[in-house]
Design a protein around this ligand. Structure first.
Ligand code: ARG
Ligand code: ZN
Length: 853
């Protein structure tokens, strides 16, 4: 059934406390829960439950006869419940068979939970919705072979039960919604540390993982302490409990989960070591630790009223983790990385059949809405408001949000209201950003009049009209700009204070902005720092973009100018010469001062991104060939630079700093172009780099070139890699991923990889290592066999793990843009899934795919 935001009803009963008693056995788990309930509104007392075997139900201490309640697949209704009552249920569940990784499940040898959004109803009967906040006491009992028994809050009791079982009792003093409940039973090692908050409160920090991985937890621990301090300094938010625990699990559908005081993390987002993790994954560990920590205030203490408001906690928290990450690498590179993923994931999503507003107004399966739009466009909206307010006023606004709503379950309106009132600036015109789907297009034109020394900038916006949504309204779009003197390359002063940058607010369909006292035809640099999540369409000459590549002082816009030029070359058939000339002079300069930024200047839009901009007659082979031609031209044009700079970037001892990261990133990018250019010895260098590598970034970067260019020793090196890391699951994921992302991988090779003994459908990381990486190869994906590969997996996962199955199917969402006869062929493959799947996640995604076109 479809659920609508407009149908929201407050809960009929509240729950003040819940006592859980969870007894884990090898072949079953028994859960007794006791709820103290109070009527809030007229209506029936309905508890939600799924896949639970109800053993007993009591009301106020007496067993209920079946005539006093009604039970169906999703609900347990207590008939004629009094206004105050104690409801006690006992259920049997089977975490040992739970492959969906939702509720309580077994991962490897341990038990853990994932309850967001609606997993708690798979553990016990409860009003499982985020606006019911309760105090939890949890008793957890298991065999002694699971010595670690954790739940949210403080440990208040522990003991033996007979000879071979034991228990712990935990109490969480803060009220929380059920999706933040967590518990863990396992045999885990722990890394301990501590942090003293600005309020002087000591907090015990603990990271739990398998013994063999414990040394890989130091990066996460440091990131946790850094995040705790950062939130104090930037938002005035201190941690509230006495302990903060993180548990690493290897089978997990998402990155991590912010359960109150007991985060559960995908191993890929918590374990890090130079030998086994790339710089990218090491970075991702830090930013995910920050993300989940920041949820403690934006998500947990202030939570969402209903799941339509998901972007309230996710958008704000992503914005916060992105800001934190500015301290880990330069803000320019951070912005480049965030914007490239926004453009490749969110813009693409918004251009397809799964397009939806950051706050959807209806859904069938909420699990399908943990999307780039909710997370990343959600973050962009908060960023725009922060840009408009400036640091100080934004802080006044967030202070007001925390002051007003601590302990509440709220809506997007509550955030906008607090930011407006706290800052004294009315931000209500941003509300439509949350409810309108589609990427706005900003079109601009600049005219200089030498006589009046006036520069006139005309900006207009258009928002794509989407089926089933009302005609779009103009949005407030902050456009951060600078003007440059073409002769000197210097930015112009825009006011008497010497400012060289200003934010124009485009609020209407079309607006004119006038700049006076401009002595010569300037070059405008638009949308600095990507001040709004829009597509920009300015009537630049290619030469002007090439100028900005060289002279922009804003690193992000230097990159953006390059990207705009590249998009023209790749999508509109422009000649590459202006870009190549600019790159030739700019790259060596940037490389000598900021290797990390230089490595990003070598980003070439991916085939998937290019495809997201082509709405019909898309020919994957033609896109590949255009892009290859460009890459070859870049490789050839800068041949001398590759040789010189590779030699200037020797392998040095590992350091986890942005400088060292920059050198490694640039060296790998240079090695890739050198290999492409056929620079003499490039593959020999790659082979040597593989052998001499002091860290995974170096080893994997080298191996990638050996594999992509079929170097003589590529099989030997692949085998060596496998042997070295056989027992390191995350490194083996990289091994699968590298082969799956090989540009000329055939479906036969992909199928063979998926038949490898280490491929495992129960481990999402392993599945994604193939499906996610193979998706970067549209030439092979968009074939009957390629599409069939995804469809088959979605079908297999439909029962086993529908959340994952649905994600995998989404790879095919833009089938309707393909040129014929591919379009018809792929559609037939997708239609073959009809009637073959039953989970709401996969069924909803399939229906959306079929509707398209
Ligand atoms: N709240 C988590 C995070 O973003 C993600 C949980 C998503 N879970 C899911 N089943 N979709 O930090
Ligand atoms: Zn989150």
């Amino acid at each position: 059934p479809t659920i609508y935001l407009k149908d929201y009803q407050p809960p009929v009963f509240g729950v003040s406390t819940i006592d859980l008693d969870i007894r884990i056995h090898e072949t079953e788990t028994l859960v007794v829960s006791t709820l103290e309930m109070q009527r809030l509104h007229a209506g029936e007392l309905v508890l939600l439950g799924r896949d639970l075997e109800l053993l007993n139900v009591q009301l106020n201490g007496s067993d209920l006869a079946p005539s006093s309640y009604s039970l169906d697949k999703e609900t347990l209704t207590i008939l004629n419940a009094p206004d105050q009552c104690t409801v006690k249920t006992e259920v049997r569940i089977h975490p040992e068979n739970n492959t969906q990784l939702e509720g309580l499940y077994k991962s490897g040898g341990m038990y853990c939970t994932q309850n967001e959004p609606e997993g708690f109803r798979k553990i016990t009967f409860f009003p499982d919705r985020p606006d019911v906040l309760a105090v939890y006491t949890t008793r957890l009992e298991a065999d002694n072979q699971y010595p670690t028994l954790l739940a949210n809050g403080n440990l208040i009791e522990a003991g033996q039960v007979g000879g071979d079982r034991h228990y712990t009792i935990w109490q969480d003093p803060t009220k929380k919604p059920s999706y933040l409940f967590a518990c863990v039973a396992g045999d885990l090692a722990v890394l301990k540390d501590s942090f003293t908050t600005m309020e002087g409160k000591p907090v015990a920090l603990e990271i739990y993982t398998e013994e063999k991985d414990i040394e890989k937890c130091h990066v996460a621990m440091q990131a946790l302490k850094d995040s705790m301090l950062w939130d104090e300094e930037h938002y005035g938010r201190a941690y509230d409990l006495d302990n903060y625990m993180i548990v690493a699990v290897s089978q997990f559908n998402m990155g991590a989960m912010e359960n109150k005081g007991l985060n559960i993390f995908n191993t890929s987002c918590v374990l890090s070591s130079p030998e086994t993790s790339t710089d990218a994954s090491n970075f991702y560990v830090k930013s995910t630790i920050a993300h989940e920590y920041f949820h403690n205030w934006t998500g947990n203490r202030i939570t969402c009223r209903d799941w339509f408001q998901l972007c309230l906690k996710e958008g704000f928290t992503v914005f916060r983790d992105q800001s934190f990450s500015d301290t880990l690498q330069s803000p320019a590179v951070q912005r480049i990385d965030d914007v490239s993923s926004l453009k490749s994931a969110q813009f693409a999503e918004d251009a397809g059949p799964l397009s939806h507003p950051p706050r959807p107004d209806h859904f069938v399966e909420i699990n399908n809405f943990y999307t780039a739009t909710v997370y990343d466009k959600g973050a962009e909206i908060v960023r725009m408001m922060a840009t408009l307010l400036g640091e100080e006023n934004f802080r006044l606004g967030t202070d007001e949000y925390f002051r007003r709503h601590d302990g509440e379950a709220v809506t997007v309106e509550d955030l906008i209201g607090s930011l407006s009132d706290g800052s004294g600036t009315d931000l209500w015109n941003f509300l439509p950003w949350y409810s309108q789907p589609g990427t706005p297009v900003v079109t601009g034109q600049g005219i200089y009049d030498a006589e009046t020394r006036r520069y006139t900038l005309t900006l207009s916006q258009s928002i794509p009209k989407k089926p089933n949504y009302p005609a779009p309204q103009p949005l407030p779009i902050p456009v951060k700009i600078a003007l440059f003197n073409q002769q000197t390359g210097q930015p112009l002063l825009l006011d008497a204070q010497g400012e060289t940058e200003t934010v124009l607010m485009l609020n209407q369909s079309k607006q004119v902005f006038v700049f006076e006292h401009i002595s010569s035809q300037p070059i405008v640099s638009l949308l600095r720092d990507f001040s709004a999540p829009v597509l920009l369409n300015f009537d630049y000459q290619d030469q002007e973009l090439a100028f900005l590549m060289q002279y922009e002082t804003n690193g992000f816009n230097q990159w953006q100018a390059a990207q705009q030029l590249l998009e023209r070359i790749l999508l509109q058939g422009h000649d590459a010469s202006a870009y190549l000339e600019a790159l030739l002079v700019t790259l060596p300069k940037v490389a000598s001062v900021d290797p990390l930024l230089a490595s990003r200047l070598l980003d070439i839009p991916t085939e998937t991104f290019i495809a997201s901009r082509i709405d019909s007659n898309y020919d994957p082979v033609a896109v590949r060939s255009t892009r290859e031609t460009l890459m070859n031209a870049i490789a050839a044009e800068l041949k001398d630079f590759w040789s010189a700079s590779y030699a200037a970037l020797p392998i040095v001892p590992y350091a986890d700093t942005s400088e060292a990261m920059g050198q490694r990133a640039l060296r790998n990018a240079v090695l890739a172009f050198a290999s492409r250019a056929g620079v003499a010895d490039a593959l020999t260098h790659a082979s040597q780099q593989y052998d001499a590598a002091v860290c995974m970034t170096e080893r994997l970067g080298a191996l990638r070139q050996l594999v992509n260019y079929d170097a003589v020793d590529h099989d030997a090196k692949l085998a060596d890699f496998y042997q070295r890391f056989e027992n390191e699951a995350l490194a083996i994921d990289l091994w699968f991923g590298l082969q799956a992302s090989k540009p000329n991988a055939t479906i036969g090779e992909i199928t063979r990889l998926s038949q490898h003994p280490q491929f495992d459908l129960n481990t999402p990381n392993r599945v994604r290592s193939i499906t996610g990486n193979f998706a970067t190869n549209p030439v092979a994906v968009w074939t009957t066999e390629g599409a069939q590969f995804y469809v088959n997996l979605a079908k297999t996962l439909d029962a086993k793990n529908p959340i994952l199955g649905s994600r995998i199917l989404q790879v095919l969402s833009r089938w309707y843009t393909l040129k014929e006869p591919l379009r018809t062929q792929v559609k037939a493959v997708i239609d073959g899934l009809q009637g073959q799947v039953t989970s709401s996640s996969v069924v909803e995604t399939l229906a959306n795919l079929q509707k398209a076109g």
